[in-house]
Design a binder for this molecule. Structure first.
Ligand SMILES: [Zn+2]
Length: 479
């Protein structure tokens, strides 16, 4: 094993298989746009069911935007070209509680990418609709889902954590089954933000931000959160609505939001494809891990899984997420067992109608590698953006897909670096970087995290005019 690379420090040129995936050599978003194949970006895949009809996806997206009233003119136009069958750009992420700035910024990258592609388009009517695909069906115990990191000099480790109330009863249940927060919880979060930010100002009284502006910004965020809460029936909806209000209403972006667990109900053909291809996918994973090893990357065992393991989960009637296995090498019978309530499930290949019903009931979810495979085969996306933290997952799946004869979704792996701003009067980051590190307690990482967009978006949106935050991200993208 030759471990040359560390996932987080990955750069596009660090020994990556650019001969296999040429878009990985792109240094910035503009060169990524140039590196994508001339339209059509997508490719036809042998032996797979066709992607879901666009109107099925549009229906689900439509009710999402209607519910939170973010069906702005921009979104409505984007939906038209989406339903028209135009090539779609996507970002895809968990709807975490007050997520990191890098996550809420992905739609800004998408819209910039669309602009770059638009200039080179061959068909005059092409507008590249953009989708935020919400991975809302992972388990609630996931730390990033439950906890947001808010920088604070008043704490020992440099962070105050905003955490969802007790999720223990939900830990192995899907995210979308967690109920929304209470209004009291929300009030507490914002009164704490108020306290932490006032302390922040006290330390940097000469330059950070005026108290009045700070209070305006906090009010703005509180209002978005209150609106989100008013309309949400689950914690994932609360989190997704907050992002959508910011992106669609305030930043006026045309991003179409699709809650993943809703559209998975329509994917019975694609889950059957996963089941039928189990042996091929396992072989492809083993081969992909070998290739990655040759390139100097270590792939986690959990990504590879075992031969008996299917590439999807079943949700038990009690709500627990269950692994699915098969004892025979032809995967004729698959089984799952719930340790929580004792129920067992068994499905046979010659009775797949029963399994299809389970999918339509919303009780089958793709495992991690299958998630990326669905990007092309189920959703029919053409290209995407993500951040560099997703590199391991992305590269491994891309390798698996090429082994299977599926063209991987070209992705731009963004490494947000907000510290490059030359105009240092404009933004909190430059002001923050002037603070001495020891003011942030023992953690010297907090300032770096702030600069790499890893802190909760609430920090940036309260410390700076929320409109400026969008401009800042755009400035880092346009050279
Ligand atoms: Zn159960």
């Amino acid at each position: 094993m030759n471990l040359k690379h560390n996932w987080f420090n990955l750069r596009a040129t660090d020994g990556l298989p650019v001969n296999l995936f040429p878009w990985l050599s792109a240094k910035d978003l503009a060169s990524f746009a140039r590196a994508l194949n001339k339209p059509p970006l997508s490719s036809i895949i042998a032996d797979c069911p066709p992607p879901l009809p666009r109107h099925n996806l549009a229906q689900v997206a439509g009710s999402f935007h209607q519910c939170i009233k973010t069906n702005t003119d921009n979104v409505v136009h984007a939906m038209e070209s989406f339903e028209d069958g135009q090539e779609v750009l996507r970002c895809s992420y968990q709807p975490n509680v007050f997520p990191a700035l890098t996550i809420v910024s992905l739609p800004i990258l998408l819209s910039q990418l669309a602009d770059y592609l638009y200039i080179n388009r061959e068909k005059p009517s092409t507008t590249y609709p953009q989708v935020f695909f919400l991975l809302d069906y992972d388990v609630a115990s996931d730390n990033r889902f439950r906890v947001a990191h808010f920088p604070s000099q008043a704490t020992k480790n440099g962070y105050w954590t905003i955490a969802i109330q007790d999720v223990k009863p939900f830990s192995n249940k899907t995210m979308f089954s967690v109920p929304p927060p209470s209004p009291q919880w929300l009030d507490d979060v914002f009164s704490q933000i108020h306290t932490h930010m006032l302390q922040e100002i006290a330390v940097t009284s000469n330059s950070l931000i005026s108290r009045r502006k700070l209070e305006d910004n906090i009010d703005f965020c509180r209002e978005l959160a209150r609106l989100s809460l008013q309309h949400s029936k689950s914690f994932t909806e609360f989190n997704s609505f907050f992002i959508s209000l910011l992106i669609n209403r305030y930043w006026c972006l045309p991003t179409i939001f699709i809650p993943g667990h809703e559209v998975l109900k329509k994917c019975d053909d694609h889950f059957i494809f996963l089941w039928d291809s189990s042996a091929d996918i396992y072989k492809a994973k083993i081969k992909a891990a070998e290739l990655m090893d040759e390139y100097g990357f270590l792939v986690r065992g959990s990504l590879i899984g075992s031969q008996s393991q299917l590439n999807f989960w079943i949700i038990c009637e009690c709500g627990e997420r269950l692994a699915v296995n098969s004892e025979d090498i032809k995967y004729k019978t698959i089984t799952a067992q719930c340790l929580e309530c004792g129920r067992t499930y068994q499905y046979k290949k010659n009775q797949q109608m029963v399994f299809r019903e389970l999918v339509r009931d919303g009780r089958v979810m793709p495992r991690i590698v299958a998630d990326n495979i669905f990007d092309t085969i189920a959703w029919g996306f053409s290209a995407g953006v993500s951040y560099v933290g997703a590199a391991e997952h992305y590269l491994f799946t891309a390798m698996v897909e090429s082994q299977l004869g599926i063209k991987p979704l070209p992705e731009f792996l963004w490494r947000a670096d907000l510290s490059r701003q030359e105009d240092d009067k404009s933004f909190i980051l430059s002001k923050t970087s002037k603070l001495s590190q020891d003011k942030y307690g023992q953690s010297s990482n907090t300032i770096r995290d702030i600069q790499f967009g890893k802190a909760s978006c609430l920090y940036y949106l309260t410390a700076e005019d929320p409109k400026e935050v969008k401009s800042l991200i755009l400035k880092t993208l346009i050279k």
